[in-house]
Design a protein around this ligand. Structure first.
Ligand code: F0G
Length: 440
């Protein structure tokens, strides 16, 4: 047993020798045979370095892989991911998420057609699983024993699940009272050690970064470039589903900005691998009360100011996004857009997505609300081909659904709301309640 483990370790170390990270601030490169939270020289953000000696053919994707990796919507893109040793890979067949094309939602946005790629179809019901499979696999490859994140709820649920699958100890810092019950219960259920910080997400992440610098604890927040490598596959899969017909715009919600950064890197890698010959524009949508990146964009990327975040979309309630420089690079390279939507716009878009039978959590609906706003403002033509990303499942925040349908913000019944009614267990009462439907 120990011999096998030793052999695995040696092979893992050999494989890792070829994987490198590079600082986007100072350019210093390093081997990725240790945790890669930040640049050891200047503290900047790291990128995983991928080079392509020759163009990749589309049919090389998914070819020649063992079944467990082929079944994953992340690992099937292995030639476009860092070469982590197979023995270290922890996968739960993540990814493989659908794109919904719904005419009602296209009309809602003011577009002729609109696709919504639903990342809530992942094992722990958010896009985080795509980054987590790569992050946790790298953690295993470098021999980490404890993995940790600060989270608004989805990263923690995903980390807890993948750490359990990998047999690693998981530590989670969450802002106390500020994450949804569904996400908290997932994290409890999967057995992570949960520390509630009396502060906001930004303070929790600052604390955790201090902790992981001082102790041998592997940081899995999206400052970790391996997380972003997994999240790139949302774009890979989306383009493959569109038969590589590159859309005009891809819209996504922005919180800590890891996903915006990952989408930019995905497009760079696809370009460098010769798989696409044109780039879609990226549009990052922030909640108006948590929009430091939108303000930075509006200043022509001249002035950046963190904010104290406030929004109903707790997943993106973040005032000082850790991946800001990477996200800026992604927006600049794709001639992208950054805009904001109010909580009311988010909830209205969410109600439309829910009502179409698709469903998503509030933060996800920022994609649709943002696209609608861009169309209204004339930044996006009605005939543009657009795909929005829904980042999390409707059940992630059940309270948000019930609250919305029970009453409006002033406590009055909301027009068009779907309020459950209560009756005694009698046929007459049931008939009375359904009179409209029964008698036309
Ligand atoms: N949508 C959902 C459902 C999220 O959970 C998050 C981030 C985002 C969008 C924003 O993505 O941070 O890459 O810009 N959630 C993190 C968490 C912060 O801890 O679960 P981002």
């Amino acid at each position: 047993m120990s011999l096998v483990q030793d052999e695995t370790r040696v092979r893992a170390e050999e494989a890792l020798r070829s994987v490198r990270v590079r600082c986007m601030a100072c350019g210093a490169a390093a081997r990725a045979d240790r945790p890669a939270g930040q640049c050891a020289v200047c503290g900047g953000l790291l990128d995983v370095v991928l080079t392509f000696d020759r163009p990749l053919a589309r049919d090389e994707i998914g070819a020649g892989l063992p079944p467990a990796l082929r079944a994953s919507g992340v690992w099937r893109y292995r030639p476009l991911l860092p070469a982590l040793p197979s023995a270290a890979i922890v996968t739960r067949a993540e990814g493989n998420t659908p794109i919904y094309w719904d005419d009602r939602l296209a009309r809602f946005a003011g577009l002729e057609r609109l696709g919504l790629k639903h990342e809530g179809h992942n094992p722990t019901a958010s896009f985080k699983d795509r980054g987590m499979t790569v992050g946790i696999s790298h953690a295993r490859a470098v021999g980490a024993q404890i993995v940790a994140c600060a989270s608004t709820g989805n990263t923690s649920a995903s980390l807890a699940s993948y750490a359990a699958a990998a047999g690693l100890a998981a530590l989670v810092l969450i802002p106390e009272g500020k994450i949804s019950g569904g996400k908290l219960s997932q994290t409890i259920a999967y057995g992570a050690r949960i520390v509630q910080v009396q502060g906001d997400f930004d303070q929790a992440l600052t604390l955790l970064r201090q902790l992981t610098e001082a102790y041998p604890i592997y940081l899995v927040n999206s400052v970790n470039p391996f997380r972003l490598e997994g999240q790139k596959t949302i774009v890979f899969e989306l383009l493959e589903q569109l038969d590589w017909d590159v859309p005009d715009l891809i819209a996504l919600p922005g919180g800590n900005l890891g996903n915006t950064a990952a989408f930019g890197k995905a497009l760079d890698d696809l370009w460098n691998a010769g798989l696409i010959d044109r780039l879609p524009r990226l549009a990052t949508i922030q909640a108006a009360g948590a929009a430091p990146f939108a303000a930075y964009f509006a200043s022509g990327f001249d002035r950046y100011e963190p904010v104290v975040a406030e929004t109903i979309a707790t997943a993106i309630k973040i005032g000082n996004p850790a991946s800001t420089p990477r996200a800026r690079r992604a927006i600049e390279r794709t001639d992208g857009l950054v805009t904001t939507v109010t909580d009311d716009e988010i909830m209205e878009a969410k109600a439309a997505i829910d009502r179409a039978g698709i469903g998503c959590e509030p933060a996800s609906a920022a994609s649709l609300a943002g696209v609608r706003r861009l169309v209204r403002e004339g930044a996006l033509a009605p005939e543009a081909k657009v795909v929005g990303v829904l980042t999390g499942h409707v059940l992630k925040d059940a309270d948000a659904v019930v609250d919305y349908h029970l009453h409006d913000r002033d406590g009055r019944p909301r027009p068009g709301a779907n309020r459950p009614v209560s009756i005694p267990a009698e046929m007459a009462a049931l008939e009375r309640t359904l009179a409209d439907a029964l008698h036309g």
